[in-house]
Write a new protein. Sequence first.
Length: 392
Amino acid sequence: MPRFEVRLIAGGKARTLLVDASDADTARARVSGRGRILSVRRRPSWTLSRTLSHNERHILFIRLASMLDSRVGLAEALRRLASSFDGRIRRVAEQLADAVEIGDDLPTAMERQPADFPITVIALVRAGGYGIGTSEALRNAAGFESDMVRPMREFRSGLWVAIAHSLLGAVTMILTTHVLTPWLLSTDLFRDARTKVDIGWILLSSNLSTAVVVLFLGLLGGIAFLNGVVKPVAPVVVDRLFRLMPIYRHIASGLEQYVTFHKLALLIGAGVAMDKALSLIGEAAGRGVLGGELRQAARAVVMGRPWTDALRSIHPTDRASLAAADNREEVARTLQTLAQQHRDLYLLNVGLAQPMMRGVGIVFLGLSGMVLFGLTILPMMQIADQLARQAL
């Protein structure tokens, strides 16, 4: 969706708000009543300014949490941060302060800057309003990123290395088998030697290895297609397909399940009615399997049926633990335990997948080297041996 930069006067000061809207009139309408609008300008889809890094976001959250604990108001704390730092932290803090001073809460102000704040981080900060407080929520979000960013970066780097090695291996084997070797065998040297070069088994191995590499790349491409194209249209179908994949299912859904159960635990622990809490978190979870099950659980509570029966996507033992909880405190504690469990499973499977990806890439690259040797050097060794025999 296009993004607009709205300049307005509110409280005697100039403010800047970022608004997602289909057109300028819609953007103007979304901030009407906040102040006197000066201008509405569409921002380009690309920008030269860099977004907050993980370390900068960590500093922003920790320092903001400390000031909030000291009873400093949110807007004033953000202004102090802006005056104390330069660069991206200053820019982001000023934009957050502008949004807060004219009526946004902190998560909503962060949602105006999705390039600087990931969705999961915003969700954890918003969860602070359900009982633990904004400062504690900021620390949780900072800790969450510290725990998750490094493993995820290593997994992505391993994935890209595997893809690069696989592509290089496939291209090497295809060019060697279908271009270089036929040209080599058609040269005068091989024709004059009157020998039959025995490389049939190497050609067969090359074709089989190439097929394996192509299947591997096709699997990765299929997962990317499901995530990028199919999931926005049919999220339930994609979620169910991912649940069939032994390792990737925990990587695909681990963060969502952690954040969802964490927020639900905070809501229930803060005294929100069970059906209301399930409904709110179900709507926030989106149109996937887990969101649909939470909405079904909310309806089950209203109708007086066991709400845990609707959570078919979680493990039966986890469902049994929730069903055995006798009161609100035990339900909240069990949900928090489930959240930590999904977080640990995510980290475990990311840690398993990363070396596997790198290993697969190295194996494919090694196979391509063996094929290159077998289809170029080996024929030359065979013909050299034949020429030596003829000389005798």
